[in-house]
Design a protein around this ligand. Structure first.
Ligand SMILES: [Zn+2]
Length: 135
């Protein structure tokens, strides 16, 4: 029987990380330096299998987005919403969604956004509101 490649986390553990600590986790490839939030057994760029886990930043900017009016079952009550690609400030790209975006006028490429922990599947983002609230 062929041995499967080893991974330090199961998909369930990885997804749970989003929900429990408000932490975005991803992987770094020591061979080609790719940083990705996409869970995988091997680097999508060079194929290396022993990836290092990294905690990703939670701030980023919108690199691309589209508005979804006909979502999957889990998001039926949230449509319309934006499906976004976010370039994280600390490195890495994440695909996620933004329930607060109802039309293309609500969002623009380059808008600053931040990760919002959610019970829903996927990585949820919200737009930054001007200066940080602070104390
Ligand atoms: Zn690689």
């Amino acid at each position: 029987m062929e041995e499967l490649p080893h991974a330090s986390h199961t998909i369930a553990e990885f997804v749970r990380g989003y929900e429990e600590g408000g932490v975005l986790r991803g992987f770094h490839c020591p061979a080609c330096d790719l940083l990705t939030a996409t869970w995988s057994l091997a680097c999508p760029r060079c194929g290396r299998r022993d990836l290092e886990e990294r905690t990703l930043g939670t701030q980023g900017r919108v690199a691309a987005f589209t508005l979804l009016n006909v979502p999957g079952d889990e998001f039926l009550n949230d449509a319309p919403y934006a499906y976004v690609v976010v370039e994280l400030e600390a490195g890495g790209r994440v695909t996620g969604w933004m329930p607060t975006v109802r039309s293309v006028a609500d969002l623009a490429i380059g808008d600053p956004v931040h990760f919002v922990p959610s019970y829903k599947p996927g990585v949820q983002f919200a737009k930054d509101r001007g200066p940080s609230p602070g104390g």
